[in-house]
Design a protein around this ligand. Structure first.
Ligand SMILES: Cc1ncc(C[n+]2csc(CCOP(=O)(O)OP(=O)(O)O)c2C)c(N)n1
Ligand SMILES: [Mg+2]
Length: 279
């Protein structure tokens, strides 16, 4: 990726972080930590890699993205709104009565959301099914998925992993948001999931370890995954939970879901607005 594009996407990430925090701040509480840790990967996908059309969310043969860690809805909503799938004003309705943006993603409610998720462990299976379906249809689509590091404690993840390799689903590219925290503690202290790369390799996946907030590195990882044949790919993103918003980033183990007073919301917007390029 050329440096100008990297710079452009870094600016996009700042805008997306602002929208995430504004969305959750307006709602009053929400999943700040795991939304902010995923920003660079979701932005690199949606603004550089995916074959999609915001004016046609149901475009046949489009690439798909399954946000298996469905509680991180705000990152996907911010990206979809910014890309024009729906009006930015929808972000201020998240989780309110009658909204089309529930806190956990729902494909029946939101244009551009490819899969419903929230019950952890299920999304990867859905992505595997999509990848198999796409291969049968011969449409050449790439199916992207993102799981959390706590989420991979779910047994269903490993059933899906085994089947994806068995079927040689090389158009399935998954990200693991390795932010080291889950809802109530550090992942390694709750039920250890390591060594993570070795486990995915043992399941036959093409494993790529990647600094998770580095756009150029994420882009290179996706390129490598796209070039790989005969096995699905797992891109392990070394990330920071709450990245880019000081109150969250500095509150390990309490930024999974945070509440916002009106004052905290205003302070957060001032902090994040400071980094935006104007004009
Ligand atoms: C099956 C299931 N069990 C429990 C939960 C409650 N829950 C929501 S988020 C979360 C922690 C997820 O941690 P991780 O996968 O590491 O996500 P991240 O750190 O990216 O937010 C849990 C336990 C759930 N949504 N689904
Ligand atoms: Mg986590």
């Amino acid at each position: 990726m050329d440096p100008a594009k990297v710079k452009e996407l870094e600016e996009t990430c700042k805008r997306i972080r602002y929208l995430i925090v504004d969305t959750i701040g307006t709602t009053g509480s929400g999943h700040v930590g795991g939304s902010l840790s995923a920003v660079e990967a979701v932005v690199t996908l949606y603004y550089h890699h995916m074959h999609i059309d915001p004016t046609r969310p149901d475009l046949p043969g489009r690439d798909r993205f399954v946000l298996s860690k469905g509680h991180a809805g705000p990152v996907l909503y911010a990206v979809l709104a910014d890309k024009g799938y729906f009006d930015l004003s929808w972000l201020h309705t998240m989780n309110k009565i009658g909204t089309r943006l529930p806190s956990h993603v729902d494909r029946t409610k939101t244009p551009g959301v490819d899969m419903t998720a929230g019950s952890l462990g299920q999304g990867l299976s859905a992505a595997v099914g999509m990848a198999l379906g796409s291969r049968l249809a011969g449409d050449g689509a790439h199916i992207y998925c993102m799981v959390g590091d706590g989420e991979i404690q779910e047994g269903q993840i490993w059933e899906a992993a085994m089947f994806a390799k068995h079927e040689k689903l090389d158009h399935l590219i998954c990200f693991l948001d390795y932010n080291k925290q889950q809802i109530d503690g550090f992942v390694e202290e709750m039920t250890g999931v390591g060594p993570i790369p070795e486990k995915w390799r043992a399941f036959g996946w093409n494993v790529i370890e990647c600094p998770g907030h580095d756009i150029a590195a994420i882009d290179a990882a996706i390129e490598q995954a796209k070039a790989n044949t005969g096995s699905p790919s797992m891109i392990i993103l070394d990330t920071v939970k709450g990245k880019g918003y000081a109150r969250a980033e500095n509150s390990p183990l309490s930024c999974h879901s945070m509440s916002f007073t009106k004052e905290e919301h205003a302070d957060a917007l001032r902090e994040l607005e400071g980094g935006l390029q104007h004009g």
